[in-house]
Design a protein around this ligand. Structure first.
Ligand SMILES: [Zn+2]
Length: 215
C-alpha cells in the first residue's frame, strides 16, 4: 500500500501494461505465422453428383443422383464459407449450382461483385442475368479481347484460381484445375487486379458508340 501511496508505481503499471500489450501482439503474430497455410488443389472433371448437400446442408434430398463429396461440392463449400465479401472474376458463368452459391451469399448480405465477359454473359445458359435480376452487381469488359480470368476471392483472405470456367461442361467433361490459397501475396495481387478491372469496367465510362468516335 505504501508503494501505491508513493505515486511511483503508476508509471510502472503503465509500462507493464504496454509490455503486456506488445507481448500479446507478438504472440498473436507468432500464432498467425505458425498457422498452416491453406493450399488446396481441385481437379476436374468430376462425375455428376447432387449439389444439394453442399448448397443446403442438413436437408435430405430425394433425387436419384449420388450425394457424395466431389471437387464441385468442395468448391461450393469454399464459396459458401464467405462471410463478408466475394469478388468473382470468371469468363463464363453458366453452372447453376455455382450461381446458386453466389446468390445465397448475396441474399445472406455478403458483398458480392462480379466481373465477367461481355460476349459470354449473353450466351445461352448464362447465369449472369439471374444474378443481376437478384440485385448482384455485375461489370464486364467492353473492348475486344476476352475477359478471360477465372478467379474468386473470399473475404479478401482466400483466392481460388485456375483454368475452370463456371460451366457444367468444364466441371463434368474437361480437364481443369483450381488452386485455393490464403497466401496473402497472391490474394493481394488478385484483389488489385479485380479492383483495377472493376474501375476500368465502370459503366459510367462505357463508350456506347466507339466506331462513331473513330470517324
Ligand atoms: Zn439430390
Amino acid at each position: 500500500m505504501a508503494v501505491f501511496a508513493g505515486g511511483v508505481p503508476w508509471r510502472w503499471l503503465g509500462l507493464a501494461g504496454l509490455v503486456l500489450t506488445l507481448s500479446l501482439e507478438a504472440v498473436a503474430r507468432y500464432v498467425r505465422g505458425r498457422r498452416r497455410p491453406l493450399c488446396e488443389v481441385l481437379f476436374f472433371p468430376v462425375p455428376v453428383t447432387c449439389p444439394e448437400p453442399a448448397l443446403s446442408p442438413g436437408l435430405s434430398c430425394p433425387c436419384p443422383l449420388p450425394h457424395t463429396d466431389s471437387a464441385l461440392s468442395r468448391l461450393l463449400r469454399r464459396i459458401l464459407a464467405a462471410q463478408r465479401s466475394l469478388e468473382l472474376c470468371v469468363f463464363t458463368v453458366s453452372c447453376a449450382p455455382l450461381a446458386r452459391a453466389v446468390l445465397q451469399l448475396h441474399l445472406r448480405g455478403v458483398r458480392v461483385r462480379v466481373i465477367t465477359d461481355s460476349d459470354y454473359m449473353a450466351a445461352s445458359g448464362s447465369q449472369i442475368g439471374a444474378l443481376r435480376s437478384a440485385g448482384v452487381i455485375v461489370r464486364h469488359n467492353q473492348t475486344s479481347g476476352f475477359m478471360h480470368h477465372k478467379f474468386v476471392i473470399m473475404d479478401r483472405t482466400v483466392v481460388m484460381t485456375g483454368s475452370l470456367n463456371w460451366t457444367m461442361q468444364a466441371i463434368h467433361t474437361n480437364k481443369e484445375n483450381v488452386l485455393i490459397s490464403d497466401d496473402q501475396t497472391f490474394v493481394k495481387a488478385y484483389l488489385e487486379e479485380f479492383e483495377r478491372l472493376w474501375e476500368e469496367y465502370d459503366p459510367a465510362t462505357y463508350d456506347f458508340f466507339p466506331d462513331k468516335d473513330q470517324k
